[in-house]
Design a binder for this molecule. Structure first.
Ligand code: NAD
Length: 347
């Protein structure tokens, strides 16, 4: 047994109404000229955050795009420099946190994150940027938010589809954390409890987006899922979803379709992970439990429904099998094709 764990240094505030403590959070992070990065696109909430930042608010940037286009990152860096900022406040999902990270990477500024989806980026030192079609990612402790405010009240407005989609993304972080090379008892515990909370909360949050108890469960689960991702990293599933994303398939729906198929592939090689997944979902079988959850959340589109062609599936299989992660066991293009077929790709 051998693993490294980088413990995240962030201060976490969790609870309904905790957003009201933002001023004190900024003080503790020594931010007196903060730029707000708004990926929430909800005028009322953003105006409230600007008010809560008070004199520590100098500018709001709202050009938040998926996957952090490099030219948007360059523009944001210039604006942040121009404003003489000494810190960043990101509100929204992984796209807002991602833009803040891209700025922090070069400007060396602290981030306070206020996550409003379940993507989990706020707990990781992983950044990503897209130049044209190519996405580059890296790890750098400078992009890890200094403080994170999880206020479930901000998630009531998250639509059912985005709740289901970002929730399945968080479940995927937990599942893969169980079998990466860096998996440890620490990440196992985070992943299993994260999955349990998400599975408990997501169906109710999708059915009634204002359900207080469900939103609390989901956001706590997303926090742990983000920590599991930071501690253990990812493997084949995320690699595959990334490659499928290259054909313009919807990121989160892809996660929901592919995850049970990857779990089925690895079931014989990772029995302990399977037991944890089944236990967290309250199911007899890990893959069946994930399919049931996806059905309950309405994320049942197959890869064919999303427009993947047989030729594209072949390309994805080749690309992914090339230098694929070797945990929990090595895979070849035929394995990947089997996964894609089980996720409903045309053959
Ligand atoms: P997102 O940030 O793009 O948000 C999706 C949509 O939901 C946006 O239109 C946003 O305005 C809206 N939204 C967000 N919160 C809302 C709320 N409470 N109410 C109403 N609308 C709301 O999507 P995401 O899935 O959160 O993030 C995806 C991005 O994050 C991807 O680029 C992915 O690669 C990245 N990511 C990075 C990491 C990491 O560790 N670096 C981890 C997970 C995801």
């Amino acid at each position: 047994v051998s693993f490294d764990v980088e413990l995240t240094a962030a201060t976490v505030l969790f609870g309904a109404g905790r957003l009201n403590e933002l001023g004190a959070v900024l003080d503790r992070a020594a931010i007196s000229r903060g730029v707000l990065i708004d990926g929430l696109a909800h005028p009322g909430a953003v105006a409230r955050i600007e008010r809560l930042m008070g004199g520590a608010h100098v500018l709001t940037l709202d050009r938040v795009r998926p996957h952090v286009p490099a030219d948007e990152a360059r523009r944001a860096r210039e604006q942040v420099r121009g404003a003489g900022a000494d810190g960043l406040v990101a509100v929204g999902g992984g796209s807002a946190t991602g833009l803040a990270k891209a700025v922090a990477l070069t400007e060396d500024l602290p981030i306070v994150a206020i996550p409003t989806t379940y993507a989990g980026s706020e707990m990781t030192p992983i950044w990503g940027m897209t130049e044209g079609e190519r996405k580059t990612t890296g790890r750098d402790v400078r992009v890890l938010p200094r403080a994170v405010v999880y206020d479930p009240q901000l998630t009531y407005s998250l639509p059912a589809a985005a709740t289901a989609a970002t929730g399945m993304n968080a479940i995927a972080h937990c599942v893969e954390a169980l079998w990466t090379a860096q998996a440890s008892p620490f990440s196992d515990a985070l992943a299993e409890e994260g999955m349990r909370l998400l599975a408990a909360g997501l169906p109710a949050a999708v059915a009634d987006r204002g359900s207080r108890a469900a939103r609390i469960d989901c956001l706590q689960g997303a926090w742990l899922a983000g920590m599991a991702l930071a501690a253990a990293g990812t493997a084949l599933h995320h690699r595959l979803c990334h490659a499928l994303g290259g054909f313009g398939l919807p990121h989160a729906e892809v996660h929901a379709a592919v995850l049970p198929a990857v779990v089925e592939l690895f079931a014989p090689a990772a029995p302990r992970a399977m037991a944890r997944i089944a236990r967290a979902l309250g199911a007899a079988d890990a893959a069946a439990g994930l399919r049931e959850l996806a059905t309950a959340l309405g994320t049942t589109a197959t890869l064919a429904d999303m427009g993947l062609t047989a030729e594209q599936a072949g390309t994805v299989a080749r690309l992914t099998a090339d230098a694929a992660p070797t945990v929990p066991r090595p895979v070849d293009a035929a394995d990947v094709l089997r996964v894609l077929a089980a996720a409903g790709a045309p053959t």
